[in-house]
Design a protein around this ligand. Sequence first.
Ligand SMILES: [Zn+2]
Length: 415
Amino acid sequence: MTDREQILRWIDDEQGAIVAFLQRFVRARSPNPPGDTLEAAAVVRAFLEENGLPFRIVAPQPTMPNFVGSFDGGAGKGKHLVLNGHIDVFPVGDGRGWTRDPWGGEIVDGKLYGRGAADMKPGTTASIFTYALLHRIRDRLKGRLTLTAVSDEETFGPWGARWLIENEPEVLGDCCLNGEPSSPYTVRYGEKGPLWLAFTVRTAGAHGAYTHFSKSATLIAGDLMRDLGALSDLPVDLPHNIMSAIQAAAPAADRAMGAGAGDIVSKVTLNVGTIEGGLKVNMVPSECRFEADIRLPPGMTHETVMAEVKRILARYPEAEVEEINFNPPSYCDPHGEMMEIVQRNVEALAGHRPTPIVSLGGTDARLWRYKNIPAYVYGPFPRGMGSTDEHVEIAEFLHVVRTHALSAYDYLMRG
Ligand SMILES: [Zn+2]
């Protein structure tokens, strides 16, 4: 039996244990905010200990621990692959709209339900089992394998992967593989970057009958929001190979992220997430504040967007802007080595070739790309992600585990 056959055999034989691990992991609550992941981390820790796997805990914020583990292959020098996943999940709120217990890990008709059952406890489980299975054959492996299972991803927080990247050089490696939801039909090599801006409009304000006394802050804000829509027309400057990869992937992006996704991958988008203005129906508002979530595609810079925002704002002397958050867009080679390996494994396992795409949403994979380390994302469909009845199909989850384990093996053995 070859090593690849052995890996697949183990996954088949141990399916029950793999699914049971995911179930325990989903049942262990880790909503962020607030971001306390101790219960879910205990599940990971118990597994790593029971399987005699090397790891240490890095917890600059005690309630948000991160796991870092590494081992060297026994068959000589090679490349260093880093597996990355997060253990925190979106919050649930009051659970309204769910037809299953969000923390139940219930399995119904081949689907496992719960918060984190798509984003991203299946992907993190794939990383953990990849680490465990390859550890069994470490004597025959080349290079080095590192596992990172982190907290504080869902809020772009500072205590998870961001901390590791800046303070633990061991996690950098030559390539990163991540199991965030992508859909089995796509592999993500890049993602858009969020720029969050708060706009405040101030006027004198007046009694609601005396509209001749003061301009209305809410009406000005409405005009300003409409004008900001022009950001979507900003031309994007991308290398030719990336632009052609994005264009070729439009149908796959629609399939993975919903119809229309392919159109906005390479455009700036604007969402006004919150608006507050005025005190009372019969007063001309003296203040209106709204927050905009602007997403920059690869090839778009902060400078270009802010210059356009300032140009628009020049027409509104009553308005000012403040930046709340920014993460640059990121991408790596759409046809890089790990991309080809994942594509080939998916083709062999599932009979289709996944398409390289840029993701609309953000992941920790960007942090590796910022360091010029290629980072690829392959995971299940984002079913119910950040919404209700989040779930994963068990067969798809096991396919992701197989793909990660074989791809990590292939990458290391290429030396
Ligand atoms: Zn995620």
